[in-house]
Design a binder for this molecule. Sequence first.
Ligand code: ZN
Length: 379
Amino acid sequence: MQFKNIIGQESLKQQLVLSVLNKRVPHAIMLLGQEGSGHLSLAVAFAQYLNCENRIGDDSCGECTSCIKAQKLIHPDIHFIYPVVSTKGSKPKSTDFIEEWRKAFFENPYFNIQDWIESLDAENKQGNITVEECHEIIRSLNFKSFESIYKIYIIWMAEFLGKEGNILLKSFEEPPADTIFILIANNEEQILPTVLSRLQIIKVPRLKDEEIIYRLEIKEGVANRDAHAIARQVDGNYNEALKLAKNSEDDNEKMYLLFLRICLKGNHEGKSLIDFCEKINADLGRENMKGLLRYGLDLMREVFVLEHLGESKVRLTENELKLAQYMNQRLSFHSKEEIVKRLEESCFHLERNANPKILFMNLGIFLSHLLKRNEVVLT
Ligand SMILES: [Zn+2]
């Protein structure tokens, strides 16, 4: 991971880079910040930068052998230590779970401890950084680095070291030359003062709303207004922001598909179009109603992409893909355009305070006629 891939935290990136350029890299640091601030990403990017063979100014090159391995989390001199559970034996170590660790990081480098434990199918278990793990670290300190200058230990969720942290005090205080510890934590009160006193603490600030909005829009394709609404709710936690974005996407998908089914059949699962419009009116705020219509528009865009560029170019769930394929089989280009036009008009009127119940009713009747005219059958 390169610094440029990390959301915000510009002055912190600068501080880390300068420590390298000035040859004043602390040998034991703690990146302390709230969940979703990106401290793990910063640690990974810093480790990659430290061992990069061809640093380009304030970032790693991303292309040298060391960077390539660091990016895949397989660099032999960058070690990860994190809480683990006893599903693979009674004395678990981080290396037993390295595959799961890489998968979790690549899916979302802002994940939290609950996400991590759930990903191990161990919801009811407590994670732990074990005594054996600490002894293993000390043993491995005796070996020189394999390929790069620096040997780096990234300890994620250092809170889980508990009392075992004392085993590592000497290592934090006087590690062998070119060995660097980077601890990551959310809550310094849960870390032994003896451990804290041996680390240089670097505070990682919460992300700014505008940084979260920008990233959600650019990287996740979230609509501007939804991104604003999400950023307001998450208090700088990008992990939480991603979850909200995903949930609202799931909800919109369910709701819109229900809407189409009702339009086609007159009712679905006992709900008529009138029931549906009343429910929308009662349950959804105006922003969410617009979100639902925008979802409909996005879906239509994907329907066109699917037709012209093929399945590999669309981002659709299984259900959406089925629906999109079906629309392409049944609807003419003109009919699809009509749907887009009608959805756009509905968005326009909703923004200008049209009565939502009447608006969705009209849209529903229009879609109902159009889909029935084209003999679309939804299962
Ligand atoms: Zn490099």
